[in-house]
Design a protein around this ligand. Structure first.
Ligand code: HEC
Ligand code: HEC
Ligand code: HEC
Length: 353
């Protein structure tokens, strides 16, 4: 990848409204931040911790903000780090800082080769990045289950990794259409313990109670594409600036509809799908063009497909391919097919990947 192509991409994603105001100089120390406003005090101990982390020596020197947002400032390539310690343990963070690639092979996060002292220094700041989640208060409030779920979703900062419409990040699966593709019962299983469903997943276990997973799943189920238009407009703008090809446009559609939530990143590994024939997995899409003709691929995407049962008297598999036909507009299906046709070994790969 060439840098003159990548830089506009990064700045564009930042400019496209995924982050808050970029009013402060990246890396400004916490002290500078408060110095500007006479008599100002940090809004909360949490905000104080966020600003201290953002202004810390290593974060400034290594330009962590070129990829991460901390306290409403920074890039959108990585997760928002404000609530890091609500979701990651010290032990996990030590492993991550030692070598991100050992935890998540292929990650875009560089190995900074921190010394043990630097890891300790970073952890000193990170350990304070915890926010009190008013979980009991939210659950006890006078609101529908889905509304409580929505408040929990915001409180846990799930958009630190996920995306709905034009808000959030692309680290987790785009949730704009999650209510259409996944059942509430499965959501609960997943949220309770992602690692139990998918060993090695990057989705953290934030220690949700049964009541919380129930409320969150009810909320997620309401996400049936209302924000699709906002997302589509964002994509169109982004692609315009990138001089986007049909393939790049197709990849965005693939992300927006959350195809990778079942078929894996780049369609490379289908999720497990108990009792689905033949292999109890969602099929991967890697090289699918060599197995199916284009008409069949189009038909599956438009009309959906329900897998057969491996054991006919066993339960229905949790995942079917949703029918996307009525939700795809204009050239979206064609672009999707162009992208899927590149998902095969030894094909040319989109240069931004
Ligand atoms: C080139 C972009 C880039 C830079 C620079 C970068 N990171 Fe990251 N970081 C990422 C990405 C991307 C992820 C998420 C993993 C993935 O999807 O590959 C991540 C994940 C993390 C996580 C785990 C977050 C979570 O919620 O689990 C931490 C902690 C982190 N980075 C800290 C840092 C720190 C500290 C710095 C600066 C010393 C830094 N990163 C610099 C791209 C970057
Ligand atoms: C550190 C990043 C991160 C955070 C924070 C995070 N997730 Fe995730 N999430 C992921 C990743 C990555 C996946 C994809 C799992 C995989 O394939 O390994 C995922 C998958 C999911 C899925 C499945 C989506 C689908 O359609 O397949 C749901 C639902 C979900 N997350 C909900 C949440 C909720 C609710 C929160 C907040 C409590 C949350 N996530 C916080 C990274 C994150
Ligand atoms: C909820 C999980 C889920 C999601 C999300 C999903 N699929 Fe599927 N998909 C499946 C399952 C399960 C099958 C297998 C159906 C069968 O056995 O007939 C499948 C089959 C397919 C096939 C045929 C593959 C083959 O080898 O038979 C294609 C192509 C496909 N999906 C494309 C997509 C695209 C494109 C998207 C996003 C717009 C998508 N899928 C989203 C679950 C999903």
């Amino acid at each position: 990848m060439t840098h003159h192509k990548l830089l506009p991409l990064l700045s564009l994603i930042v400019a496209a409204g995924c982050t808050g105001e970029l009013s402060q100089t990246a890396g400004a120390g916490a002290a500078d931040w408060f110095a500007g406003a006479p008599g100002a005090t940090p809004a909360s101990p949490h905000m104080e911790a966020v600003l201290a982390f953002r202004g810390s020596r290593i974060v400034v020197e290594k330009s962590c903000l070129s990829c991460h947002t901390i306290g409403d400032q920074g890039g959108t390539v990585g997760p928002i780090l404000d609530q890091l310690f609500n979701r990651r343990s010290e032990e996990w963070l030590r492993r991550w800082l030692k070598n991100p690639n050992d935890v998540k092979p292929g990650t875009k996060m560089p190995n900074f080769e921190f010394s043990p002292a630097e890891v300790d220094e970073l952890l000193g700041f990170m350990a304070r990045l915890r926010k009190d989640i008013p979980r009991d208060e939210i659950l006890a409030s006078e609101a529908t289950l889905a509304e409580k779920g929505q408040r929990l979703f915001a409180a846990y900062d799930c958009l630190a990794c996920h995306r709905i419409g034009s808000e959030g990040r692309f680290i987790g699966v785009d949730l704009t259409w999650v209510g259409l593709r996944k059942q509430e019962a499965w959501e609960q299983t997943w949220l309770h313990d992602p690692e139990a469903w998918k060993p090695g997943t990057f989705m953290p276990n934030v220690g949700l109670s049964g009541g919380e997973t129930e409320a969150l799943s009810a909320y997620l189920h309401t996400l049936q594409g209302e924000e699709n238009e906002a997302s589509r407009r964002w994509e169109t703008r982004t692609l315009f600036y990138l001089g986007g090809s049909a393939q790049a446009a197709g990849e965005m559609v693939f992300k927006r509809f959350g195809c990778w939530g079942c078929h894996g990143l780049q369609g490379k590994a289908g999720d497990k799908n108990p009792n689905a024939a033949p292999a109890e997995r969602v099929p991967d899409l890697w090289g699918v063009k060599n197995r199916l003709d284009e008409a069949a691929i189009r038909r599956t995407i438009r009309e959906g497909a329900i897998p057969g049962r491996l054991n006919p008297s066993g339960p229905a598999p949790p995942f079917s391919c949703p029918s996307w036909g009525t939700h795809l507009a204009g050239r979206e299906l064609d672009n999707l097919i162009t992208y899927i046709n590149t998902l095969a070994p030894k094909e040319r790969v989109w240069k931004f990947q």
